[in-house]
Design a protein around this ligand. Structure first.
Ligand code: FAD
Length: 475
């Protein structure tokens, strides 16, 4: 009897999991699964403690679901990738593993780890890996010249054309193995990582994720285009934490969307297409990261932008991190992030733009801070989002496009519902004055327990333009 080992990583689900499915295809094989936590690696990349807690909570569910199907999941913890490989190799020898199955991760350290693991196992264990975390594998959507697209819209067009050439159907969960269910032996120990709560908004488990997906595609997606930019409305799916650690797959998203909206690909004005467009942005940034691995090293895509003379000012950075800039929409956004680990996309754009273009602080400081807080932290999407906002990325906002944080607030939170939720100290300020509360306080001769703006937007804008222009001239 052959022994098959599934190495779970960023794919914490049993349905539509390519590696797990392939490992279970032979009904006579003994199937085992492992998960190796590497807190040292997480620390290096400043993964948010709440994301580690979310991984842990989801692991418990996967372990139970696998045990119900007769597959034991062993969770091991070691500091870094080198130790993880040592442990994996020893475990394969101990369990006499014949074949290892895993889903690929595309970040450079993870790719290197997998190459090393395969090298160490060669000759003893057959290794099979799969592209599972994307609708289309990296490298499959290219220009006529065989290159990665650098502009999103033609990428999307080519992506949609290629979609029909790939099998993107969702795979079922594996059937129970012959011996039937197993008791769960040892639950994964708490990670050697700062502890944190996840909050009730994001219950663990693929059933919770699938339920959210079903409701969103059935009841909300039609209104996506009208609602997606308003943070006071729950108009987006909030599925990113599940997608980031693979509790949900993009195929499951696409197939559910298509089941509810069969014309999604034909009707580009629909909410369904609008949502698919966001899933394709996710693909775009991952495909880019594979084509340009320097992005994993936080290099700017547009090289001259590395010459921008960023301001080194810890007090300003701290005010931004704490939601104390005096710009209500930015502060409400940052407090939402700090409290919940999730932030609305419009607010990610506004707060990132504020850090870079109003405070002139290096986008990488913001990228790191987001990573340290986000429940949905994902290197490619986070880097892509930051490079977009900072105008350093491919197909990014041009450097002279600078969001005005006051008018962004007026436009996207006109009644201040979102701002008041996160800044209760502004509860009494009328709607018309909410986005510039210090003016109202002045008129009313009142003192607000809320900071004055830490920079003057008009002045900051001019300084940023000058800094980018100097960098462009190579000064
Ligand atoms: P929906 O609007 O419902 O979209 C569905 C899914 O599409 C999302 O769950 C996500 O997986 C994907 N998606 C949506 N927008 C984008 C986008 N612009 N780029 C890439 N994928 C997208 N997303 C992350 O998943 N992790 C991050 O670390 C991350 N960091 C970001 C940093 C900045 C500065 C910016 C501007 C954006 C960032 N995003 C990130 C993208 C986006 O903000 C979130 O994916 C989105 O807000 C998640 O909410 P949702 O699940 O309701 O999205």
């Amino acid at each position: 009897m052959a022994t098959h080992l599934v190495w779970l990583r960023n794919d914490l689900r049993i349905t539509d999991n390519k590696a797990l499915h392939a490992a279970c295809c032979d009904p006579t094989a003994r199937v085992l699964a492992v998960f190796i936590a590497t807190p040292g690696q997480w620390r290096q990349h400043q993964m948010a403690p709440r994301q580690a807690a979310f991984i842990h909570a989801n692991l418990l569910q996967v372990q139970q679901a696998l045990a119900d199907r007769g597959i034991p999941l062993v969770c091991h913890q070691c500091d870094d990738f080198a130790a993880a490989i040592d442990w994996l190799v020893a475990y394969c020898a101990q369990e006499r593993v014949d074949a290892l199955f895993y889903n690929r991760q595309h970040e450079i350290n993870e790719l290197r780890r997998d190459r090393q693991a395969e090298r160490r196992l060669s000759g003893q264990v057959i290794c099979q890996s799969f592209d599972d975390s994307l609708l289309l594998p990296p490298g499959s959507v290219q220009t006529g010249g065989g290159e990665m697209y650098k502009i999103y819209t033609p990428f999307r067009k080519a992506f949609i054309q290629r979609l029909s050439e790939f099998d993107v159907s969702s795979l079922p969960a594996p059937k129970p193995r012959e011996g039937g269910a197993l008791p769960v032996s040892a639950a994964p120990a708490a990670f050697d990582y700062p502890s944190a709560g996840v909050g009730a908004d994001f219950p663990a488990g693929e059933e919770a994720a699938l339920q959210r997906l079903r409701v969103f595609c059935r009841e909300q997606v039609q209104d996506y285009l009208q609602q997606r930019d308003f943070p006071a409305i729950a108009g987006t799916s909030s599925l990113s934490p599940y997608l980031a650690i693979g509790v949900l797959s993009p195929r499951q998203c696409f197939n559910r969307l298509r089941a509810e909206c069969p014309q999604v690909l034909e009707n580009s004005d629909s909410g369904a297409f609008g949502w698919l467009n966001e899933l394709i942005w996710r693909e775009f940034y991952r495909h880019l990261m594979v084509a340009y691995p320097a992005l994993c090293r936080h290099r700017p895509f547009i090289e001259w932008t590395d010459k921008v003379r960023w301001r080194d000012n810890d007090a300003l950075l701290l005010a931004w991190q704490q939601g104390a800039t005096g710009y209500p929409i930015v502060d409400a956004a940052m407090r939402q992030l700090n409290k919940t680990g999730w932030m609305h996309n419009r607010l990610r754009m506004i707060s990132a733009s504020f850090l870079v273009k109003d405070l002139l602080i290096d986008w990488r400081a913001g990228e790191r801070y987001f990573m340290s807080q986000l429940l949905d932290g994902d290197l490619a999407a986070n880097n892509g989002g930051w490079q977009w906002a900072a105008s350093t990325g491919t197909d990014a906002a041009p450097y002279f496009r600078i969001f005005n944080p006051t008018t962004q607030g007026e436009r996207f939170d006109p009644q201040g519902t979102f701002i008041r939720k996160w800044l209760p100290e502004l509860a009494d300020v009328p709607d018309n004055d909410l986005h510039q509360p210090y003016r109202w306080a002045e008129k009313q001769q009142r003192t607000l327990d809320y900071p004055l703006p830490i920079v003057d937007h008009k002045q900051a804008r001019l300084e940023t333009l000058a800094a980018f222009e100097a960098a462009r001239r190579g000064e």
